[in-house]
Design a protein around this ligand. Structure first.
Ligand SMILES: Cc1ncc(COP(=O)(O)O)c(C=O)c1O
Length: 422
């Protein structure tokens, strides 16, 4: 399927009069339509709630859009908790799914009344020592080990992942938590990332639902929710078939009726913690071609770099690129599209067939709305870009300003030595 940007060249020309490239642009219309479709797909489950994975796109303006569709926040750190609290997401609207958790983060999550999802058996004691009690509602993260497969496709390798408890630990955890005063339980697992198949959630649901029935029978725990976490993917490549959230919701419903309802667990709420699926396709990185270089290969140098989008450098991830205004031109040039970091992996595309690129052309790097801006860093003293929202009425709102050198130097503000810089 041909990947179309959600913005036109004319709109971008207008936007760049006010906001210099590079910048992130988000599509309000797309975010809303998708959030609505997700809500509808799980409407069969009265307790259903999506806890948006804040780590994917930690921008309060975007999270506030999702809140209109009933979403809460899935947080994994102190600052994500602070952000959620600051925009009024409180109490059980926050899921705290962290790992290797510092004591002060547990304490803060408990203070906010967030639902705490324990990553490890030893965290029971750690949490109790930290906050002085075990919350009445608590969740545990499960890791079945081995390899997670759908048909013959290896989806991921939980046995090699640092997250979650073994089956034995999970049963022990429920018993111990119950003894210590927990009254209501949740069960959570994240077994595969970026799954571009409608089968992942239903398969995961089967594993978790059957486990929940056993947990209830063997420990007597009152299981209130099952959290399918994140992992629903998006088609980064044009040849990939997008997931159909209605089919996924229906697949989970079928398993729910086969496994939970007969076990007298037809009141269990389904939770999700989606990040990529909620935002990925509805954000793009807009950058400009500023150099072309002809050596052993053909290079196009752009004004964004891996600081703005790390996924290609970090995972070799594919992000589709549209050269704006040349959508229908033949892809008869082969380029490496590079950033300016002193790192040879700072390439948005390698050997990519694209139309001829001229200096000044605007490039849209697709599907960067999740785990894009958020992974940014400051190597080479490069600064993070602005984030903009393309609103439904076609207007543009600045939703995070670009970093300035002052931000970069701010952590020296306690030293006289660098007074001139901060
Ligand atoms: C605990 C947890 N929940 C949810 C997510 C969101 O995952 P995704 O963006 O794949 O939906 C992540 C991603 O890293 C995660 O670690």
């Amino acid at each position: 399927m041909k990947k179309q940007p959600f913005v036109t060249l004319e709109q971008l020309k207008e936007i760049t009069k006010t906001y210099p490239t590079p910048f992130y642009l988000y599509d309000e219309k797309g975010i809303r339509e998708n959030a609505k479709a997700l809500k509808e797909a799980f409407a069969w489950n009265p307790g259903y709630k999506e806890y948006f994975a804040v780590k994917a796109t930690p921008n309060p303006f975007l999270i506030n859009i999702l809140r209109e569709y009933g979403c809460g926040c899935d947080c994994s750190s102190m600052t994500e908790l602070m952000l959620s609290d600051a925009i009024g997401v409180k109490g059980e609207d926050i899921m705290f799914s962290s790992n290797d958790t510092p004591a002060e983060e547990f304490a803060y999550a408990a203070k906010l009344g967030a639902v705490i999802n324990l990553d490890d058996y030893t965290h029971i004691d750690f949490l109790e020592k930290t906050i002085g009690y075990i919350p009445e509602t608590i969740s545990c993260r499960f890791n079945p080990g081995g390899i997670f497969q759908i048909s013959n496709d290896i989806m991921d390798n939980p046995g090699d992942a640092k997250y979650g408890m073994t089956t034995e630990q999970l049963f022990d955890a429920y018993r111990v938590l119950k003894q210590k005063g927990a009254k209501h339980f949740g069960l959570h697992a994240f077994l595969a990332s970026n799954t571009v198949t409608n089968d992942y959630y239903p398969m995961l649901a089967k594993v978790l639902f059957e486990l929940a029935v056993r947990l209830k029978q063997e420990t007597g725990a009152d299981i209130r929710f099952i959290n399918l976490s994140g992992g629903i993917g998006i088609p980064y490549r044009p040849d990939q078939e997008p997931n159909d959230i209605r089919v996924i919701g229906e697949g989970v419903r079928k398993v729910y009726e086969e496994v939970l309802v007969p076990a007298g667990m037809g009141d269990v709420a389904i939770y999700t913690e989606l990040g990529r699926f909620m935002m990925g396709p509805y954000g793009c990185l807009v950058t400009k071609a500023i150099h072309e270089k002809h050596t052993y290969k053909e290079y196009i140098g752009v004004d964004a770099c891996a600081v703005n989008l790390m996924r290609p450098a970090m995972y070799g991830a594919y992000h589709h690129i549209t050269v704006m205004g040349k959508e229908d031109a033949p892809c008869d040039h082969t380029y490496d599209v590079t950033g300016s970091l002193c790192e040879n992996n700072d390439k948005f595309a390698i050997d990519r067939e694209l139309p001829k690129i001229d200096i000044g052309d605007l490039l849209v790097i697709h599907d960067t709305g999740a785990h894009g801006y958020a992974m940014g860093y400051n190597y080479n003293g490069k600064l993070k870009s602005a984030e903009l929202l393309l609103k439904e009425d076609g207007s543009v709102q600045l939703i995070r300003r670009a970093e300035t050198p002052k931000d970069y130097f701010a952590t020296f503000d306690c030293f006289d030595l660098v007074k001139g810089l901060v």
